[in-house]
Design a protein around this ligand. Structure first.
Ligand code: PBG
Length: 327
């Protein structure tokens, strides 16, 4: 190279680990991570989820232990999903004070209150016999406004059980406003809402449906979750949720939607999280089990990509392990 001026050599700043660390534009901290966890009613031993090696449906006891380990590793938050023994048309177990999630929330807030942020997914699909995220009309569509009343009641039940943050994931129109109103009326003005604001109808949720036992028994979720073809619509969903009182917003899934994460992060001033969903986890675990990928490097690279795209918090089934790797 014969340049008339000193050549630009970006490689200079890559020449030692210390230099690379110094100039890194993106960092992932354990506190940015949120661990999704499943707790199942009526089991004595944890139940492995076959499509998510390393993930289990917890008993109340094993949940407490795993939550402690996450807190110990410095993980920022937990996202709890309940799997009830009995399901019915209206998902009655979801807001039952004696339901599995409410019991688990009481356990966790007694054990760990203040040490880690305890969140709960607020939806009906794990609780309904038909597996949809809301109540059905006689013709089998999901009834938006009737469902809002159920969500309001679940929010109050979770708050009464000690949840720190509620996270509505059902993609009903007006859900954030309905939940905010109900929480405020019940005196839970300080419980924030993390809205699954831009949630797509994604095939990447496949393994989750085994973990949470919430597969729709007929049809799919395309009439309430977003179409993967749409990006601007995500901004509209986010805008509405913030106007309705969302304290934080989420994009889901993450890896195939990092463009959405970036757009949302640029357009709002509330914290933005992204969910590294079950299918992303399963793909990496399966490839790593075959020796086709360097598992730890891929985990850290994906988490870095989420942060680089602009996500502030990341929901990931690897949260505890990643937190340990990052310390
Ligand atoms: C709905 C919900 C789902 C996930 C989180 N909350 C499933 C769905 O919408 O069908 C998926 C999470 C994952 O795949 O890891 N309660």
């Amino acid at each position: 190279m014969t340049a008339r001026f000193p050549a630009a050599r970006p490689r200079r700043l890559r020449s030692t680990p210390a230099l690379r660390r110094l100039v890194a534009e993106t960092r992932v901290a354990p506190a940015d991570l949120i661990l999704p966890m499943f707790v199942k009613e009526g089991i004595d031993t944890p139940n492995p989820v076959s499509s998510m090696p390393g993930v289990v449906q917890h008993t109340r006891d094993s949940l407490r232990k795993a939550a402690h380990e996450a807190a110990e590793a410095g993980v920022g938050g937990l996202m709890l999903f309940g799997v009830p023994e009995v399901k019915d048309e209206r998902g009655s177990a979801a807001d039952d004070p004696a339901g599995i999630v409410q019991k688990a929330l009481r356990d966790l807030s007694a054990d760990l209150g203040g040490e880690i942020v305890i969140m709960a997914d607020l939806c009906l699909d794990e609780y309904t016999s038909h597996g949809h995220c809301g109540l059905l009309t006689p013709s089998g569509d999901v009834d938006n406004d009737a469902t809002l009343e159920r969500y309001a009641s679940i929010a109050v039940a979770q708050a009464a059980a000690g949840v720190d943050v509620v996270a509505p994931s059902g993609m009903m129109d007006g859900q954030v406003a309905a939940i905010r109103t109900a929480l405020d009326r019940a005196g839970y003005t300080n419980v924030p809402i993390l809205a699954y604001a831009a949630k797509y109808a994604s095939a990447f949720y496949g393994p989750f449906r085994e973990a949470a036992e919430g597969a729709p028994q007929f049809g799919d979720r395309t009439r309430y979750q977003q179409d993967p073809a749409n990006a601007r619509e995500a901004l509209r969903e986010v805008e509405l949720d913030i106007a309705e009182g969302a304290d934080m917003v989420m994009v889901k899934p993450g890896l195939a939607y990092l463009d959405i994460v970036a757009k949302v992060a640029e357009s709002v001033t509330v914290p933005v999280s992204a969910y590294q969903v079950s299918g992303e986890y399963a793909m990496v675990e399966a490839a790593a089990a075959n020796g086709w990928l360097d598992r730890e490097r891929v985990i850290l690279e994906t988490l870095t990509s989420y942060r680089r795209a602009g996500a502030h918090q990341i929901l990931t089934y690897w949260a505890t392990e990643a937190a340990r790797l990052l310390r």
